[in-house]
Design a binder for this molecule. Structure first.
Ligand code: ZN
Length: 129
């Protein structure tokens, strides 16, 4: 896990400013500069997407209909895409972010296809029900 880096900078008047440079992190609130909670994670099969026919989707409604929850990777049928959904929640500003990692399970490794993030995490509450 990356650690925020302390950086010494000079402002226009030559004064020293100490700032914390926050590296890009999934569980980091850009607005508040602090780490977010990670309340949910779930694995799904994407029932209508098979190997060789990947199509990118950024509309939430698509995921409402296409994701089939599974309890483990072994339940995903061969040649079918999978989606790992993770939610991050900022305890200070309440920002909720959902990250979908879409991959093709190939034997013992995951072949990544696309990562899609949604800032309107509440609209994806159906993922956890
Ligand atoms: Zn925040």
């Amino acid at each position: 896990m990356a650690i925020p880096v302390l950086q010494d900078l000079k402002d226009a008047g030559g004064n020293l400013i100490r700032s914390i440079k926050a590296p890009f992190r999934d569980d980091w609130c850009k607005k508040c500069g602090r780490s977010m909670n990670h309340p949910h994670q779930r694995l799904f099969a994407i029932t209508d997407m098979r190997v060789g026919h990947y199509e990118s989707h950024t509309e939430i409604d698509y995921y409402r209909g296409a994701l089939w929850p599974v309890t483990s990777r072994s339940e995903i049928p061969a040649g079918v895409y999978a989606c790992r959904a993770e939610e991050f929640h900022c305890p200070r500003c309440g920002r909720r972010k959902v990250k979908l990692t879409i991959f093709l399970p190939v034997r013992h490794h995951d072949k990544p296809e696309e990562i899609i993030t949604f800032d309107n995490g509440k609209a994806l509450d159906f993922l956890w029900n």
